[in-house]
Design a protein around this ligand. Sequence first.
Ligand code: 13P
Length: 254
Amino acid sequence: MKKKLIVGNWKMNGSLAANASLVQALRAGMAEGTACGVALAVPAPYLAQIQSLCAGSRIDLAAQDVSQHEAGAFTGEVSAAMLRDFGVRYVLVGHSERRQFHGESDATVAAKAQRALAAGITPIVCVGETLAEREAGQTEAVVRRQLAAVIHANGRCISEVVVAYEPVWAIGTGKTASPAQAQEVHAALRSQLAAATAHAEAMLLLYGGSMNAANAAQLLAEQDIDGGLVGGASLKASDFLSIIAAAQSKASRS
Ligand code: 13P
């Protein structure tokens, strides 16, 4: 059976003090035999802190972005090798906030995924349509285009990425895609991956967009939803722990 994966994306939130109490509460609240993967995507300055707070726990470290460049004169950028130095296991690439506010193109996102893979870090490739695109009936075309760029750039390594479907209209809005809406897109993404790799069934496809303690179980019950990428609800220990508990009680087909 495939284990679910729940990733908290803290975005640009946190402080040394708040992070310490949040991680301590998560560690205390996670059941001994937690049977799903758990990771925290934290702001880069806190990687060292969270690495040490999570040492010896079942919580993996994730970063929110990575440079498409290897090293050198790229002021402000953080390389994949630097992330690896801090024990980072996953990195988000192509989050809609990066695409929207930092002008990241499909090609940039694909290059970032390549850099991560080359450094032994699993990229979590985010795709998703805007409300206007959904209303224009373009949802599948948009997410397929976004994923195609990453498939094209990464060839056979594509089976090593995690994909996150995050409809832009559901992010931070309290509007969640219905389980059926999310499943429909996840199934389309899975079949696109199946055309590129024999391992598509084993790959993890996460849903993100206003996932919370109340709706997680229903979303995670869908056949092709293998986990969650959680924003706001990952900042409150009790909510995030409820989502982890919901994931533990569901297992995807393998
Ligand atoms: P919210 O859970 O706050 O809607 O954010 C989702 C998200 O963007 C996670 O990456």
